[in-house]
Design a protein around this ligand. Structure first.
Ligand SMILES: CC(C)[C@H](C(=O)O)[C@@H](O)C(=O)O
Ligand code: SF4
Length: 452
């Protein structure tokens, strides 16, 4: 009867309060330097301590510089303070830190599975909305606020109301040149950015089963853009294999528990949606919400006037052919090794268009960077005209401080295209790494299927 989410919830429920909220045991907490210091400082100021420091991990990703040869200096005014304060507070609390120059440094949602911190059936929280990425491993992983992070660290629990459940069936097969990113954008376009509000979303279906673990992370990553409590995929052999032997993963799998991690055949979901993956084309956002996304060969619909004004494109304009200034491959959505491999395969032997003012690849973790370099991918990117960076959130988020003149237009493998997301006045078009590459080569938004 129960859904996957119900099983994990019930397994972690320590108590139900008279008001109906549950007290949920939290297995793992991740902090980063943008929001972590606030939680740690507030906790220390109240004279409280982390209940179990072995369960709390700290990454440096949001504000860190990604230019080669980086130090604690950042382009963001005052950014260095976030790094040094987080480091000092985390050290004082006895937490595990993946510091700026550490070989394990990276975007927290990328390094968590690399290190075996996320596990099937665990509860994992972080003061970061893309914590849902880690649901790809069958964990209940969700974003919280800084004060909840403090509560979770001190008590090992969080008090919350059980989310409603939603199943999204993604049957069919993705066509060549179409990726999990396109599927996530297609869901947003079809059902809206509020489509998952109040629900924990389980992705199922043949298209999901066929995805590798990195594609599953891309899909779950954008559950927060769908306003969902989180996204999750039932773990299978691919999930177990991806975590086997990782530093913080158990030596032996918790076989009966892990194998029970699926929704029962007769499970009841509060809502059900479906999309035929075979019908999805490469997608690109046109406006200022991820739901403003269309197939690459479509024209802009009539949307909110403010979105058209900001992006500088009128209804009826074909999105393909729009000139771009900047191309960015990175972020917790699309910066893992398979993303870089696919991008490099399309770029190999080619040069980006002369009109592109900046093109950069920012690996999701230092480990991804090393692995990519071992395969020579960095050389492919550099020969094509891309900068090859140190790992971090970088251009996904202006907190990195790196910017362009207002009005610049970027094609970006990230997850958000809000006004100012990549800097004041920057116009962001989100797409798959393949579409970023095709567009960088053409100098205009372009269909990756045409260069494959
Ligand atoms: C800074 C952080 C809290 C924020 C988030 O919660 O997601 C950031 O990672 C983002 O992607 O906007
Ligand atoms: S890469 Fe972007 S979306 Fe992901 S955690 Fe960093 S800022 Fe947030």
């Amino acid at each position: 009867m129960p859904t996957l989410v119900d099983k994990i919830w019930d397994h972690h429920r320590a108590a139900t309060t008279p008001g109906g909220a549950d007290l949920i045991a939290i297995d793992r907490i991740f902090l980063h330097e943008r929001t972590g210091a606030a939680a740690l400082k507030s906790m220390a100021a109240a004279g409280r301590r982390v209940r179990d420091p072995a369960r709390v991990f700290v990454g440096m990703d949001h504000i860190v510089d990604t230019r080669p040869g980086r130090s604690d200096q950042t382009l963001m005014p005052g950014g260095q303070g976030f790094i040094s304060e987080t480091r000092a507070a985390a050290k004082a609390a006895g937490l595990t830190i993946f510091d700026v120059s550490d070989p394990d440094q990276g975007i927290v949602h990328v390094i968590s599975p690399e290190l075996g911190i996320v596990l099937p059936g665990c509860t994992l929280v972080a003061p970061d909305s893309h914590t849902c990425t880690q649901g790809a491993f069958g964990a209940l992983a969700w974003g919280i606020g800084s004060s909840e992070a403090e509560h979770a660290m001190v008590t090992g629990t969080l008090r919350l109301t059980r989310p409603k459940t939603m199943r999204i069936r993604l049957d069919g097969r993705l066509a060549a040149g179409v990726t999990a990113k396109d599927l996530a954008l297609a869901l947003l376009a079809r059902f809206g950015a509020g489509g998952g509000a109040g629900h924990a979303v389980e992705y199922t279906g043949a298209a999901v089963a066929a995805m590798d673990m990195e594609a599953r992370q891309t899909l779950c990553n954008m559950a927060t853009e769908f306003s969902a409590f989180t996204g999750i995929i039932a773990p299978d052999e691919a999930a177990y294999a991806a975590l086997a032997g990782r530093r913080y993963a158990p030596a032996a799998f918790d076989a009966p528990w892990w194998q029970s991690l699926h929704s029962d055949a007769d499970a009841h979901f509060d809502a059900e949606l479906a999309l035929d993956a075979g019908q999805v084309a490469p997608m690109v956002s046109w406006g200022t919400s991820p739901e403003h996304s269309i197939a690459i060969d479509a024209a802009l619909p009539a949307g909110p006037a403010r979105a058209h004004d900001y992006i500088g494109l009128a209804a009826g304009t074909p999105i393909a052919g729009t000139p771009i200034d900047v191309a960015f491959i990175g972020s917790c959505t699309n910066s893992r090794l398979s993303d870089l491999r696919r991008a490099a395969a399309l770029l190999k032997g080619r040069r980006i268009a002369p009109g592109i003012k900046k093109a950069l690849v920012v690996p999701g973790s230092s480990a991804v960077k090393r692995e990519a370099e071992a395969e020579g991918l960095h050389a492919v990117f550099q020969a094509a005209g891309f900068e090859w960076r140190e790992s971090g959130c970088s251009l996904c988020f202006y907190a990195g401080g790196e910017g362009f003149p207002p009005g610049s237009r970027t094609i970006s493998s990230t997850n958000r295209n809000f006004e100012g997301r990549q800097g004041p006045g920057i116009r962001t078009h989100i797409a798959s790494p393949e579409t970023v590459v095709a567009s960088a080569l053409a100098g205009v938004i372009a269909d990756p299927r045409q260069i494959a």
